[in-house]
Write a protein that binds this ligand. Structure first.
Ligand code: SF4
Length: 94
């Protein structure tokens, strides 16, 4: 049986807090070794590296799994908290 992860994730609904990101990267130079851990580990694929080597992160599709917090909270993350009440991911199955 083949599972299409993007299709499965697309079933979820996200209520994005535009004014208050719940995850923020540190603003000073990013440790690429640490960042690459998150490119591999984030189940939603929210951390990526552009062709020019710059980093990209968008908290909007976050699954709130906490993986990036566990791996990099002390290194490249400035902030990690759950979204405010009623905001964030709403899991749907199907
Ligand atoms: S909490 Fe999970 S889904 Fe959200 S950005 Fe971190 S690793 Fe990705």
């Amino acid at each position: 049986m083949k599972v299409n992860v993007e299709e499965k994730l697309g079933v979820n609904k996200f209520y994005v807090d535009e004014e208050n990101p719940h995850i923020v990267l540190k603003k000073d130079s990013i440790d690429m070794k640490e960042f690459k851990k998150l490119v591999i580990a984030c189940p939603a694929g929210l951390y990526s590296i552009n062709e020019d080597g710059s980093v990209r992160f968008d908290y909007a599709g976050c699954l709130e799994c906490g993986t990036c917090r566990v791996l990099c909270h002390d290194t490249i993350l400035e902030k990690w908290e759950f979204p405010r009440g009623t905001l964030g991911v709403e899991y749907r199955y199907g």
